[in-house]
Design a protein around this ligand. Sequence first.
Ligand SMILES: [Cu+2]
Length: 214
Amino acid sequence: MVSVYFYLALLLPVVSAHFSITYPYWRGDSFATQYTRPCGGVNVTTNRTEWPLDGGSLSFGAGHPWAITYVNLALGDDETITFNISLIEGFNQTGKGDVCFSKLSIPESLGIADGTNASLQVIQLGELGSSLYNCADITFKKDAKILENDQCKNSSTIGWEQLGSSTTSNPPPSTTDDESAASQTGGAAIFAPGSIAALGFSTMLIATLMGLAF
Ligand SMILES: [Cu+2]
């Protein structure tokens, strides 16, 4: 006779660490190879989700207690594409569950046209120090839409924390005025105008995210 615990075990959800992209449709199941850059060991596909020209929705299922998270874009449609266009400021995504950005904006300077192919890359860096990767292949289309609100949900378990050092941290004791000025300049350089726009945007997104979460 089979133990009742056997049947109970069948009812348990698959305890999947790692993460999966749920929209746009990901390249494919990468769970066995998700540590492989740049796309979790899954090659580019022709299964492309249509995205609006100025940016679209992204949702993923998070399976770790926390992960430093980045979203990058690469233009093109083969294995040589480079994910060097950051769509958000990196953040610490906390909690397990569904995460959704209703709209990740695309910089106008990229000159995206109707029919441009690209891929999105989501990176999650967890406590063990290895990054996890997933990609989704997209085609920019002028008539494409972002997800409806009821299709873009954030689980109540999901949280967000900004990265970076505190603005109130003290300079090292030996720092002279000149060095202090230099370090402030260095700090400011991190927030170049483009980054400020990106940070502002992602903060806005996260505000939306948190608003939905609570
Ligand atoms: Cu995992």
